[in-house]
Design a protein around this ligand. Sequence first.
Ligand code: HEC
Length: 160
Amino acid sequence: MKTMRWICLLGLLCAAGIAADDTAALPAGKGREAVGKVCVDCHALDVIRALRLSKDAWSQKVNEMVDRGAQGTPEEIAAVTEYLAANFGPEAKVHVNTAPVDELRTVLGFSPAEAKAVVDWRGSHAAFKGWEDVAAVPGVDRAKVEAKKEMMNFAVAGQE
Ligand code: HEC
C-alpha cells in the first residue's frame, strides 16, 4: 500500500484508485460510499478503522475533519457519521479479513509483528473463516487470538 501510494504520487487518477480500494475493504453498510467520498482525500482510512468511538465522539471527529477541509453535502456528512457510529462504535468487531495493521493492534491488542503477520498472510491465503485460522498464522499468539475471538468478524472484503 505504501509503495502504491508513492508510485501514485507520480501518476494521475491514482488517488481515486486508492480510495476505491480502501473503501471497498470497509464493512458493507449504509453510508459507506459517503465515507469513500468525504474521508479519503487526506489520509488512509486506516486511521478511522483503528478507532472505536461513540456516536457523539464520531460526530465530533467528523466535524473536526470538516473544519480541516473535508467536503460533502450535509446529507453525506450525516451518512458518514451514521456509518462510523454503526460500524466503528465501542462494541464493533474487527473484520479480520480486511482490517489494517493499526486496527488489529489497537482493537485486538496484537503486537506490531503479529498484526503484520496477519496482513501479510492474507495476501496469499484463503479468507479466515474462524479464529482458529487466525491463530494458525505463524508468529501469532494463539491464546491472544482465542481471548479476542468474540471481537472478530469473518466476513470477506466489504460484505457482512
Ligand atoms: C482535508 C483533509 C482531511 C479530510 C478530507 C479528512 N481528514 Fe481526517 N485528518 C486530517 C488531518 C490533517 C489529520 C491529522 C493527522 C494527524 O493528527 O497527524 C486527520 C486525522 C484523522 C484521524 C486520526 C487522528 C484523530 O484526530 O483521531 C481520524 C480518525 C480522522 N482523521 C477521521 C476522518 C474522517 C472520519 C474523515 C471523513 C469525515 C476525515 N478524517 C477526512 C485531515 C483530513
